[in-house]
Design a protein around this ligand. Structure first.
Ligand SMILES: Nc1ncnc2c1ncn2[C@@H]1O[C@H](COP(=O)(O)OP(=O)(O)OP(=O)(O)O)[C@@H](O)[C@H]1O
Ligand SMILES: CC(C)(CO)[C@@H](O)C(=O)NCCC(=O)O
Ligand SMILES: [K+]
Length: 246
């Protein structure tokens, strides 16, 4: 059994993998008061994993803290912390400095390239929205980063007098009050960016969405998309299994 962790910038997500089958994804907010205690409580009941695999784009201290909780519970656990590289799992990273590419993006691409044949555009709708275009032969063409829906709303609230942050549901429609105007505006900003990429920069690509806002963004798109919430965790799982060399 392996424990797979996706440490984003807002939420820690994890799932247990048994004989290649992944359990339910659980999530915890780093910001909550009793984060470490709650995580410990969740993991205490678990049978000891062989590997503790961590994809982290959060602060190094947070990674250290979470890894330490795992190692305190399971002293013999093998820690696996992947990094982005130039080549791997049939992919070639387009970044000039491959290790600078967020490992969540690299793992999402590894999973998408392995599960979906042909050219793909991988979009992670999380704290940030990231786009990565991968050709059918595994060549990464490059990507984009912009704020996620929640962050766009936070930026408006932080830099204007009259706009407040709220959690109202977004619709792909015009609005007649401020809260909906913001919610719908940020949703269509994200959807519009993705549609521009699909039309101009990712011809013939299959669109694969992941992240907390994937469903909302998919609903605003004028094109079909595959939604796979476990993409980063699936990439981690492939990483743990190791590369198949022909
Ligand atoms: N408690 C929460 N904190 C932050 N975002 C939340 C929360 N609950 C739901 N969300 C939604 O999920 C999105 C974050 O996506 P995700 O679940 O992929 O988590 P993340 O860890 O913040 O992302 P990332 O891995 O890109 O850093 C936000 O834009 C927001 O709309
Ligand atoms: C862009 C985020 C924050 C998305 O989670 C993450 O992938 C990251 O910190 N990336 C490093 C910079 C880059 O990918 O170019
Ligand atoms: K992510």
């Amino acid at each position: 059994m392996n424990l797979l962790l996706d440490m984003g910038n807002s939420l820690l997500k994890w799932a247990v993998e048994h004989d290649g089958r992944m359990g339910e994804i659980q999530a915890l907010d780093y910001g909550q008061d009793d984060f470490s205690k709650t995580l410990l409580a969740h993991w205490q009941a678990m049978e000891p994993p062989e590997k503790l695999a961590i994809a982290s784009v959060s602060k190094p201290q947070v990674l250290t803290e979470v890894a330490a909780i795992g190692q305190s519970l399971w002293p013999d656990v093998e820690l696996v912390v992947p990094q982005s590289s130039r080549h791997g799992f049939g992919l070639t990273n387009a970044y000039a400095q491959p290790e600078k590419l967020g490992v969540d993006r690299w793992l999402a691409m590894i999973a998408a390239h392995s599960f979906y044949a042909g050219p793909i555009c991988v979009v992670d709708c999380g704290t940030a929205i990231t786009v990565d275009v991968v050709r059918g032969d595994g060549e990464h063409a490059g990507g984009l980063i912009c704020p996620g829906l929640r962050l766009m709303k936070k930026a408006l609230a932080a830099n204007t007098a009259a706009l407040a942050f709220d959690n109202q549901v977004s619709r792909a429609d015009l609005a007649t009050e401020t809260g909906a105007a913001i919610a719908n505006g940020v949703l269509l900003a994200a959807a519009g960016m993705i549609q521009q990429v699909m039309a101009r920069l990712a011809p013939d690509c299959r669109l694969v969405l992941t992240g907390g806002d994937a469903q909302a963004v998919a609903g605003a798109l004028a094109m079909p998309a595959v939604i796979d919430h476990a993409l980063v965790l699936k990439g981690l799982s492939l990483f743990c299994t190791g590369e198949q060399t022909a």
